[in-house]
Design a protein around this ligand. Structure first.
Ligand code: ADP
Ligand code: MG
Length: 267
């Protein structure tokens, strides 16, 4: 990860501002965002509701075009969606009338890359995520945590280099969420993915991220950036929570969020 500044970042945002326009108003969702994400980095975004986290992911995914500023992936301007970027949402969007494996293959079909080799890779991922035994089942037979794992496999099966994850664990019970955090962390590291995860769980952001960006709202801006120390960064998320210094970082992020919520009360 020790690259010279001249190497293009995996993802680079320069002065990115985005306005949502309606017939009678313009709303500035994010303002002047500058960000450099290196290949293989895991970035977590936290911030109050409405601070533009989802907007930022949609911009990086090429689903929205920034009103001003530039977004580059590997030094190339983002002008639309790309197979390099996988986007996973809070809701799993599995089709209940298709089997688990057909839901996963659907991702390949949509991208026009379904063949024997990509199917085999998808099955390998299902195996890694301990889902191979349920591949012929319907999503209705699966728990919430299993469904999210299927959704993750569907995203990973297309072999994106970048993963954008918008609160993927937020609807899960605590126990399932902790287990899934470890699995996602290990899987993304093993496959050397670059990831941006949005979460409202502060402890999750510290446990998973190499860096945590705290956003403020109206307009959405990066208020603070926190680099997670190596012992916490390298530990599995579950273990990271027991590392020395973890609770100090949590207190710090918590206080930053408190300042933001106090500021919001004055809106
Ligand atoms: P977050 O994900 O941090 O909760 P969002 O990116 O969803 O925030 O939204 C940021 C702000 O932009 C919010 O105030 C939201 O109401 C507004 N917004 C989001 N999407 C749209 C849209 N399509 N049209 C108008 N305003 C929007
Ligand atoms: Mg959101």
């Amino acid at each position: 990860m020790n690259k010279t500044p001249s190497t293009p970042a995996k993802i680079e945002l320069g002065h990115v501002t985005h306005l949502y326009l309606s017939s009678n108003r313009a709303f500035m969702a994010v303002k002047d965002i500058n960000l450099r994400v290196e290949e293989g980095e895991f970035i977590c975004l936290v911030g109050p509701s409405g601070c533009g986290k989802t907007t930022l992911l949609s911009l990086i995914a090429g689903l929205e075009q920034p009103t001003s500023g530039k977004i580059l992936i590997d030094g190339n301007r983002v002008t639309g969606t790309s197979s390099q970027v996988g986007y996973m949402l809070q809701q799993d969007y599995l089709f209940n009338w298709r089997s688990i494996e057909d839901n996963v293959f659907l991702g390949l079909e949509i991208k026009g890359i379904r063949n024997k080799e990509t199917e085999e890779y998808a099955l390998h991922l299902l195996d890694e995520m301990e889902l191979i035994d349920v591949r012929k089942s319907s999503p209705t037979q699966l728990s919430g945590g299993m469904r999210q794992r299927v959704a993750l496999v569907r995203t990973l099966a297309c072999q994106p280099q970048i993963l954008l994850l918008d609160e993927p664990f937020s609807a899960l019970d605590y126990h399932t969420k902790l287990k899934l955090e470890d699995l996602v962390f290990t899987t993304l590291r093993r496959h050397k993915k670059t990831a941006i995860l949005v979460t409202h769980d502060l402890s999750e952001s510290i446990a998973l991220g190499d860096r945590v960006l705290i956003f403020s709202r109206n307009p959405g801006q990066v208020r603070t950036e926190l680099t997670i120390p190596a012992p916490i960064r390298h530990a599995l998320p579950f273990e990271a929570r027991n590392q020395e210094g973890f609770s100090d970082l949590f207190q710090y992020v918590w206080k930053e969020m408190e300042v933001l919520s106090d500021a919001a009360k004055g809106d």
